[in-house]
Design a protein around this ligand. Structure first.
Ligand code: ZN
Length: 295
């Protein structure tokens, strides 16, 4: 059994979720791995195609594997929201453990064709595949600071996942995980991001043993996260809260008047405070997701 499969099975059987945190730099990697090590938790490190390109896809695999070994933390490396088979294929060759083919912008038949092809190839290597039919960002939300925006502008229940369509998609593609859309838009908003737990129960009932992911983890109330895990979510994606923690702390560091922080030019002295701020977010999420003390 592959590492990814092992941890998703444990998450399913022991009712916890594995945090999936986006990393686009060595600072984010340090924060995520530091938190996982402190709390003895498995972790999913992921990069969107844009983040992976910025880091370098081979460089990301190399850095992740070295940090995994040196810290004794199981890391599942995931390509997040890849738009098609070709992007996933590159990551599969590079040594990723998990691939999220977000074909929600493709025609459904084309989405099924590409996702099935990927699943067939990935499964031979023990790599897990996540599929998506309902575009979580259909109304334009992204993993960003939307706190000046009303959440109702970027989400409409008519786009939420239809359990019957989801079951059909899973059967035709043989994916391991479905990215369900139950109100979990990406980003942070002025309002709390409530999700439709009844719909999640229906999806779970239709999909049986298929794993479920919950994107847009930033800003969902803690009690709804806990309920979603109880219903059967095994992977929760968090990006925006890390980005905000990094940006806010970095700005505070650079804006501080005088020494020790203000006026500092050495990168290795500027960054630790921002890394610590991100690590605090990751630790809070790991505790909430119930994955602490599993290794
Ligand atoms: Zn996402």
């Amino acid at each position: 059994m592959s590492k990814a499969k092992y941890w998703f099975e444990r998450a399913k059987n022991e009712h916890f979720a594995i945090g999936a945190f986006n990393a686009a730099s060595i600072e984010t990697l340090k924060a995520i791995v530091g938190a996982a090590k402190n709390l003895r938790s498995p972790v999913i490190i992921e990069a969107s195609p844009g983040e992976a390109e910025y880091f370098g896809i081979k460089e990301l695999v190399g850095a992740t594997r070295v940090m995994e070994q040196s810290n004794g933390v199981p890391i599942i490396l995931n390509l997040d929201h890849a738009p098609d088979y070709d992007h996933c294929r590159v990551a599969l060759e590079a040594g990723f453990d998990y691939l999220h083919l977000d074909g929600s912008k493709l025609d459904i038949e084309e989405n099924i064709r590409q996702t099935r092809r990927l699943a067939d190839e990935a499964h031979k290597k023990g790599v897990l595949v996540e599929g998506e039919i309902d575009n979580i960002n259909v109304l334009g939300a992204g993993s960003a600071d939307h706190r000046g925006k009303n959440i109702d502008v970027v989400r409409d229940p008519k786009y939420y996942t239809d359990p019957a369509k989801a079951a059909d998609f899973v059967e035709k593609t043989q994916i391991d995980t479905l990215a369900s859309f139950i109100g979990n838009v990406h980003g942070m908003y002025a309002q709390t991001k409530n999700i439709n737990l009844d719909l999640l129960r229906e999806i779970k009932a239709r999909l049986g043993q298929t794993y479920l992911s919950l994107h847009g983890g930033s800003g969902i109330p803690a009690n709804e996260i806990t309920a979603a895990i109880g219903i059967g979510v095994q992977k929760i994606n968090v990006n925006t809260q890390l980005r905000l923690a990094f940006r806010d702390k970095l700005k505070e560091t650079l804006d501080a008047p005088g020494p020790p922080a203000g006026g500092e030019v050495a990168i290795y002295k500027i960054m630790p405070a921002a890394i610590a701020a991100m690590q605090a977010v990751v630790e809070e999420k790991i505790k909430l997701f119930g994955s602490a003390n599993k290794i």
